[in-house]
Design a protein around this ligand. Structure first.
Ligand code: 5GP
Ligand code: ZN
Length: 136
């Protein structure tokens, strides 16, 4: 299932060249062209799913297992000090390419990056309202 207008479909399936770190029948892991830090990579399924909502459950498991394998290997090779997994869904969440991808971001003590948010400070009652909205 490919999408002819999708650049990540073309990259994942080898129609556009990429700096590939890993490839198997269903996935390709490539270096990001605009890295947040040295070694920033992306896990791409070869089939087209726009986002996490569309990704089949089985693929969710595959992606997480591959993320762990890559994180371990990249940490050994790059000697990074930490690691972020980032996965954006929807424009307001920072998604710019609408083909599911998982960011693998090696982190270094002095890398000057800031993958962060401004924490809120809700009361226990407010948290309970949110819990109810989600669970009831
Ligand atoms: P998003 O913002 O959708 O979560 O992440 C998209 C990522 O894809 C960005 O980090 C961006 O640098 C990367 N990117 C966009 N186009 C290309 C491309 O053609 N090749 C590669 N390797 N990375 C790309
Ligand atoms: Zn695609």
């Amino acid at each position: 299932m490919k999408n002819d207008n999708c650049i990540f479909c073309k990259i994942a399936n080898g129609e556009i060249p990429s700096k590939t770190l890993y490839e198997d029948e269903k996935y390709r892991v490539i270096l990001d062209l605009g890295p947040a830090a040295k070694g920033h990579a992306l896990i791409l399924p070869k089939d087209h799913y726009a986002n996490l909502y569309e990704l089949p459950e089985e693929a969710c498991g595959d992606v997480m297992k591959l993320a762990k394998k890559m994180a371990k290997h990249m940490t050994e090779k790059l000697h990074c000090d930490g690691f972020n997994l980032v996965q954006n869904n929807g424009e307001c969440a920072g998604q710019t390419v609408f083909h599911f991808h998982m960011h693998l971001i090696p982190r270094y003590k002095e890398d000057g990056q800031n993958i962060n948010w401004k924490p809120g400070n809700p009361s226990s009652e407010e948290l309970e309202e949110v819990r109810k909205e989600i669970c009831e």
